[in-house]
Design a protein around this ligand. Structure first.
Ligand code: FES
Length: 125
């Protein structure tokens, strides 16, 4: 099999700049065993599962749509629990289930950032 290097040979949908998912949200579900604060202590796994179920129920999961993934430590532990949405690179610090519902409805479904849940820029590790 040979590969052409001409730009015409690359279908637009597989071009390197094309996004496979419209939006991809990563939930830190990291758990620390040493007693330090971590997102897992603050129900991050339940938040991840709630988000995933809602996206699935809305038939929004899959290529060209929304992907919900777990992540290890995202290095913003003091702001946790955190999730980040790409391609916008919007960071959220959520507290409860209603926050997840709002992120799903507003941002993941309709592209509107939930300003009240944004992680303060100064918060990190
Ligand atoms: S433990 Fe979640 S960001 Fe570090």
């Amino acid at each position: 099999m040979t590969h052409s290097t001409s730009p015409e040979a690359v279908p637009a949908e597989s071009a390197p700049t094309a996004s496979y998912f419209q939006r991809h949200i990563f939930f830190c579900t990291n758990e620390r065993q040493n007693g330090e604060a971590c997102c897992a202590q603050r129900d991050a796994l339940a938040a991840f599962e709630r988000c995933k179920l809602q996206i699935k129920a809305a038939a929004l999961s899959g290529p060209g749509q929304v992907r919900v993934s777990k992540a290890g430590c995202l290095d913003r532990c003091t702001a946790g629990p955190v999730a980040v949405v790409y391609p916008e690179a919007v960071w959220y610090s959520y507290v409860d289930a209603s926050d997840i519902d709002e992120i799903v409805e507003s941002h993941l479904k309709n592209g509107q950032v939930v300003e009240r849940l944004l992680t303060p820029a100064y918060l990190g590790r």
